[in-house]
Design a protein around this ligand. Structure first.
Ligand SMILES: [Zn+2]
Length: 311
């Protein structure tokens, strides 16, 4: 089965099958219609802009159809290699450890002040930042997860597209978009909006799959960065994301491949996509020593993180 295909029994299957793909869209970065197919064997309908190299889903569903994906099933399902998460809320400890590590790395560029987390999900990043003295706000398109974040933490978390919110312009010290920019229908508009929200000298930090990374190149259509074409709409590289940020008025401060804390079980699940035999051998050790919930920091060097300062 191709990486971007759901089985017919998956709860999201009918939703995805009925999504219309109305129009071919021009390049979001440069407006060019000079496009060529990109990795057609993965079945995701990707194209690459010949002029600026941005890769994206060539025929895009409407925004409301894209956003309808982010219900409860997205955060808990049994095909997380293709869509969403196996159990986002249960993975809280690892998600928090990942975010705490990213916050420590950001201290070099910005001190605690006013923070907006775009795509804040359950609010774990907001809560880690709050503990360090940040004044936090969040926004997420998922009604389900926003309800959770509000009732669990009580922070100011808005529901909907960032572009539809009225957060005060020119006031934020830090805006973060962890695993978000690849999901949105208009990333250029998002980044320009972030520029407007930040104070002069404010920081934006993003993380997204890197389509030019060695794992993406070596593993071809099996790369774990490839998700359902309704979920990941854009695929960035260091080059294309830096270009978009610079055009929106940012100076690039740091570019890194970043890791995540995951359970050994998830790690082996992902490894089995690339190397079933190795994963099977390690699985036997996992069962023998009861290690499946043990967490480890995994950095496959295929998630790019960029920190940039508003000029
Ligand atoms: Zn382009």
């Amino acid at each position: 089965m191709a990486r971007g295909t759901l089985t017919k029994t998956h709860p999201l299957y009918e939703h995805v099958e009925t999504i219309a793909r109305p129009h071919a869209v021009p390049c979001n970065q440069c407006g060019s219609q000079n496009l060529r197919p990109y990795c057609p064997e993965n079945g995701l309908g990707l194209v690459q802009c010949i002029d600026c190299k941005l890769v994206f889903v060539g025929r895009r569903p409407e925004s409301r159809e894209l956003y309808a994906l982010y219900g409860e099933t997205y955060f808990q399902n049994n095909e997380s290699g293709t869509v969403g998460y196996s159990h986002y809320l249960k993975d809280e400890m690892n998600i928090r450890k990942t975010f705490a590590r990213r916050l420590r790395k950001l201290e070099k560029f910005v001190q605690p002040g006013k923070l907006l987390d775009v795509g804040c999900a359950a609010g774990f990043f907001l809560d880690e930042a709050h503990k360090l003295g940040w004044q936090v706000q969040g926004v997420d398109v998922s009604d389900y997860i926003v309800q959770y974040a509000r009732s669990r933490f009580g922070y100011d978390v808005r529901q909907g597209s960032l572009l539809a919110q009225d957060f005060p312009k020119g006031t934020y010290d830090l805006v973060t978009l962890w695993d978000v920019i690849e999901h949105v229908p208009d990333p250029k508009a998002y980044i320009e909006h972030v520029t407007a929200l930040l104070r002069s000298g404010g920081i934006v930090a993003l993380a997204t799959p890197d389509i030019d990374s060695i794992p993406a190149r070596l593993t071809g259509l099996r790369w774990v960065g490839y998700k359902l074409s309704e979920e990941h709409v854009y695929y960035f590289s260091q080059r294309t994301l830096s270009q978009m940020l610079e055009d929106a008025g940012f100076e690039i401060m740091r570019v890194r491949h970043v890791g995540k804390y995951v359970t050994l079980r998830l790690f082996l699940d992902r490894l089995s996509i690339y190397s079933p035999l190795l994963a099977k051998l390690l699985s036997q050790a996992e069962h023998a020593f009861n290690l499946s919930e043990r967490s480890l920091l995994v950095n496959p060097f295929d998630i790019i993180s960029i920190t940039a300062r508003k000029r």
